[in-house]
Structures are given as structure tokens and as C-alpha cells.
Design a protein around this ligand. Structure first.
Ligand SMILES: Nc1nc2c(c(=O)[nH]1)N[C@H]1C(S)=C(S)[C@@H](COP(=O)(O)O)O[C@H]1N2
Ligand SMILES: [Mo]
Length: 400
């Protein structure tokens, strides 16, 4: 857990560096932890489980590594939250069925209410939702943005109407469309260029085969924090493409001109400036990490332990996972456990290991159905996106 301390410390520095001036270094990290623990959940997410979450800010809540457990679905009360703009007023949930989504770029464009969308089809998909900045906290370059560890991710069930059925009901795609573009329903701050703040993202049009306009999350109407009344789910694609409180869904010729599309969320090589020619964060790539045992709840007992974690392949199924108990020198095949909820969901894996007293570095490395192996090293980039490095995600456990 090499970054467990650097995150709260950095977080605290932004807030109250002056207050610490009088304190000795010994109380530094203890106070940092206490302050983070004391940070309350924001009102729109006040129903969440505070013990399972790290509150980075009112718009960034991270699931604790120790909270992921060994079953497949992440409970909604523990799921991370990331908002680029303040969430809309909760009043938008007063009459969910009256919420409208403008469907454009089809032969017969229409504004449909949620009640009307519900007549067009139903499908449920299990998918990993992961912020492209998950793992940013492990970048030594300290990119700006939330220094997430592993918890800007979860695996959840989304239920709604397949986008392909909505498109078919409206006469099919108009000619020449290349992208599926979703627009968030937030109220934009005044006095700024709307394109500089609008949450609008485009994904390649092929994504509409699997995309869903969802109204339920894990069997309940989607809470405001997660994009209710209606959210665009693009299974296997990085979090930012899954537009919350979606107001417009368009098939478009070009990518959105919003800054979050043109310059934000690009894989910009170090030393460059973000620009539209660089790859956007679209499909996720193969990744895994260990969730237990962890030393954060105290020393692990010598003897047999069940090393467990999660693995996913973006739009591809997980083929297998290997676990190392010696920092990546030797690997053993782990067992996939729990129900297989389809290629977009994560798999839990486990490997029984005998651990002697001492310090051990546990790592996991997943392979997807196309044979892509999770890399040892992260791909350096300005924004700290798409960190899939198994080395960065290794955990150090102290066995007593
Ligand atoms: N309308 C809207 N959709 C959005 C966002 C947003 O700020 N507004 N944030 C995106 C980002 S960056 C992520 S990682 C996910 C987070 O989803 P969650 O808060 O449900 O975990 O939503 C995406 N969809
Ligand atoms: Mo994100």
C-alpha cells in the first residue's frame, strides 16, 4: 500500500497547511488520516456508507480497497462518485418518468420521455464503471486531478433500454454518422463559455451495439449521484463516457466540440499539450488488482491466506489471472470465482498462498480473451489516465 499515506497527506496540504506549522512531524500522518476520516459525505451522497469511502472532495468519493470484498457486485452505497460539475438539483428525480432525452442523428429525431423510453425495450448489463484517472495516485509525476488509488471503480448492474433499439424505433441512423454523443443535464455556470464546462462525450458509433439508456442501478432507480433519472451506459468504456442525467443522445458526424472531449481525457504524452489528435480515453484495457489480504487493518497472520482481487478486460472477457507473492519474480495461476456476469463485468479471483512471517509484495496480472496481458509499467501521460500497471497496483503485506 505504498500510496496509502501520500494521498491523505497531499489532500490535507491543500486544506490546512498553515494549521500544521506548529505541529511536529510525528503527528503529521496521524492528523492527516483523522482529517480525511472526518470529512463528511456531501449531501447528495449522504446516504452512502462513510466507512467504505474516502472523501477526497464533495465531487470525488473513492471506494476503499478493503471494501471491495469477494463478491462481484459493488453495492451502490459503496460505489465511487465523480462529478465534473455540481450535481443537478435533486428535484429532477421528483417525476422520473417525465425526464426527457432528445434523440438526434436518426431518421426521425424525437424528444422522448423516460416513460416512452421504457416502452421500447429492456436489457440488463453488468459492467465495470471506472474513472480513467483510477490509479493516478501511483504516477510519480503527480498529474493534476484526484490521486485515486484503486477505488474509482466498481462493478454494477444497469437496467434500461438498449440504444440500438431506440435508434431502430426512430428509423435508424441518419447517413454518415460516426459517433454516439451523450450530453449531461447539469445546469451550466453562468459567465463562462458553455463548451468549456459542458459534460458531453463522443464514442465511436460501434459502441451503440452494447450501450444502454439506463434507469436502474443494482435493482433500484438510479440515485442522483449516479446519474438518475437516466444515464448512458457504454459498457467497457472509461467512466467519463457514461453520461449521467443524460439530456441528449445524438448520432453525430464529428466528435463533440466540448473541451472535456477535445482536450480533456486525452492520452497526452509527457512534454506535450493536450490536443484533439491524441487518443481519447475510450475502451478500457485489461487490468486487475489485489484487494486482500491488506495490512491496513493490522498485521496478517502467518500461514495459509487467500489472496483475492478483481480483474476485467474492458470490452473483452478475462481469460485468466496470475498472482505473485514475491513482487513479480514468480507467478501462479489464480482461480476465477463467483458468477460470470458477462464480458464487461469484473471477475473475482483467488489464490491460496502460504505466507511466512515477514514482508511480502503481492501482485496480480490479468490476461484478456484476446491474449493481451496486463503490463508491468504504466503508460506515462499528462493526465494520469489508464494506469493498468501491475507493479503500481501491488500491495506490501506484513505477516506476523
Ligand atoms: N453528466 C455527467 N456525467 C458524467 C460525469 C459528470 O460530471 N457529469 N462524470 C463522468 C466521470 S469523469 C466519471 S468517472 C463517471 C463517474 O460515475 P459515478 O459518479 O456514477 O461513479 O461519470 C461520468 N459521467
Ligand atoms: Mo472520470
Amino acid at each position: 500500500m505504498k500510496n496509502a499515506l501520500s494521498m491523505p497527506r497531499r489532500h490535507m496540504l491543500a486544506g490546512s497547511a498553515a494549521a500544521l506549522g506548529a505541529l511536529g512531524m510525528a503527528s503529521w500522518s496521524g492528523l492527516a488520516r483523522a482529517q480525511v476520516a472526518a470529512k463528511p459525505l456531501p449531501a447528495y451522497a449522504g446516504w452512502k456508507d462513510p466507512k467504505a469511502l474516502i472523501v477526497h472532495s464533495s465531487s470525488t468519493l473513492e471506494t476503499r480497497r478493503s471494501a471491495f470484498g469477494t463478491s462481484v457486485i459493488t453495492p451502490t452505497s459503496q460505489l465511487y462518485v465523480r462529478n465534473n460539475l455540481p450535481a443537478p438539483d435533486a428535484a429532477i428525480l421528483d417525476n422520473r418518468d417525465a425526464w426527457t432525452v432528445a434523440i438526434e442523428g436518426v431518421k426521425n429525431p424525437r424528444v422522448l420521455t423516460l416513460a416512452e423510453l421504457k416502452t421500447l425495450g429492456v436489457e440488463t448489463v453488468a459492467t465495470v464503471l471506472q474513472c480513467s484517472g483510477n490509479g493516478r495516485g501511483f504516477f510519480p509525476s503527480k498529474p493534476s486531478g484526484t490521486p485515486w488509488s484503486v477505488g474509482a471503480a466498481g462493478c454494477a448492474l444497469w437496467s434500461g433500454v438498449p440504444v440500438r433499439q431506440v435508434v431502430a424505433a426512430l428509423g435508424g441512423a441518419a447517413e454518415g454518422m460516426a459517433y454516439l454523443t451523450g450530453t449531461g443535464g447539469e445546469k451550466l455556470p453562468e459567465g463562462v463559455d458553455p463548451l468549456s464546462v459542458l459534460v458531453e462525450r463522443s464514442v465511436p458509433i460501434k459502441a451503440l451495439e452494447d450501450a444502454v439508456l439506463a434507469w436502474e442501478l443494482n435493482g433500484e432507480p438510479i440515485p442522483l449521484a449516479h446519474g438518475g433519472p437516466v444515464r448512458l451506459i457504454v459498457p467497457g468504456y472509461q467512466g467519463v463516457n457514461n453520461i449521467k442525467y443524460v439530456k441528449r443522445l445524438a448520432l453525430t458526424r464529428e466528435q463533440s466540440a466540448a473541451r472535456i472531449m477535445s482536450h480533456g481525457y486525452r492520452m497526452s504524452p509527457p512534454g506535450t499539450k493536450a490536443s484533439p489528435e491524441q487518443p481519447s480515453v475510450w475502451e478500457m484495457t485489461v487490468k486487475s488488482w489485489i484487494n486482500g489480504p491488506l495490512s491496513e487493518q493490522g498485521p496478517v497472520k502467518a500461514g495459509l491466506v487467500q489472496v483475492h482481487g478483481v480483474a476485467f478486460g474492458g470490452t473483452r472477457a478475462v481469460q485468466g489471472v496470475e498472482v505473485s507473492a514475491d513482487g513479480g519474480k514468480t507467478w501462479q495461476k489464480a482461480q476465477l470465482v463467483g458468477p460470470d456476469l458477462g464480458r464487461f463485468a469484473w471477475r473475482q479471483f483467488v489464490l491460496p498462498v502460504q505466507l511466512a512471517a515477514g514482508t511480502h509484495v503481492l501482485a496480480s496480472r490479468a490476461t484478456d480473451a484476446a491474449g493481451n496481458v496486463q503490463p508491468a509499467e504504466r503508460e506515462e501521460n499528462l493526465g494520469g489516465y489508464n494506469n493498468t500497471s501491475w507493479r503500481d497496483h501491488a500491495v506490501t503485506v506484513t505477516v506476523a
